[in-house]
Design a binder for this molecule. Structure first.
Ligand code: GLP
Length: 243
């Protein structure tokens, strides 16, 4: 669905989140970082302040985290989430699930995360952004994607796109990151894909309306039986089918 503005898209998705929590207070959410979800977090915080939603029983699982960063490193996704969401709502610390950038054993860390997810019954609603190269979380375009949570090398393009968290300096962006795999994400009962701004128009059309290929990880979302798209008009401009 194309909305007039990114604020409208964020409001629509926030309403969906609120309705899903009303139906299941212990909802399991997968959450993204980046520029795109900022209006969504602002809207959810506003709704929480107006007492329209409580996150007290909700479980959150962030999609990804840079390797090597402490949770309080201002460049980490954990710090981003604290700044924009966790510190402003009533989500319980023990229900916040995050990949640890400082884990000693990468394999064990990925297994721990998958295990925690399984223990709460899997993802109810996965909220996603899309990278301009078609990545989802940190599943970069590949010949063969790794299906489950794993450690990955970041492309130059992706490190440049994330430079904002590191004072605009792409060299400071870690070389590796942990990410949920595409199968983990596609296991969600419902998927909401956010895309805003003209820079996402080309890739959104390739993801939703061209062939399904691991070279465009977001195209795998076409296979999901319950996918909703929250795009503004600028990002939806190259879609042939109205959504
Ligand atoms: C980052 C994140 C993704 C995010 C994407 C788009 O690299 N790992 O989860 O969706 O890039 O970011 P933005 O919303 O800033 O365009």
């Amino acid at each position: 669905m194309a909305y007039a503005s990114e604020t409208d898209a964020a409001r629509a998705l926030a309403s969906r989140v609120v309705a899903a929590i009303a139906q299941k207070p212990e909802l399991v959410l997968a959450l993204p970082t980046g520029r795109t979800p900022l209006p969504l977090y602002r809207e959810l915080v506003r709704l929480h302040q107006e007492r329209q939603v409580s996150f007290a029983k909700v479980h959150t699982f962030n999609l990804d985290e840079f390797r090597g960063l402490a949770p309080d490193d201002p460049g980490s996704f954990r710090a981003y989430m604290e700044r924009h969401f966790f510190s402003k709502v009533d989500v319980q610390p023990e229900r916040i699930h995050f990949l640890s950038g400082q884990a000693e054993d990468a394999g064990e860390e990925c297994e721990r995360y998958e295990g925690e997810l399984a223990q709460v019954g899997g993802i109810d609603l996965a909220i996603l952004g899309i990278g301009s190269n078609g990545h989802i979380a940190f599943n970069e375009p590949a010949e063969k994607l790794l299906p489950r949570t794993h450690l990955t090398k970041l492309s130059r393009e992706t490190r440049e796109a994330n430079a904002g968290l590191f004072g605009g300096d792409a060299v400071r962006v870690p070389l590796e990151a942990y990410t949920m795999g595409m199968e983990t994400i596609l296991g969600a009962r419902e998927v909401a894909l956010m895309a805003t701004g003209a820079k996402k128009a080309e890739i959104l059309a390739r993801a939703l309306e061209a062939e399904i290929t691991e070279r465009v990880p977001a195209s795998l979302l076409q296979r999901h039986p319950c996918l909703s798209v929250y795009a503004d008009e600028a990002a939806a401009a190259k879609l042939k089918r109205a959504r």
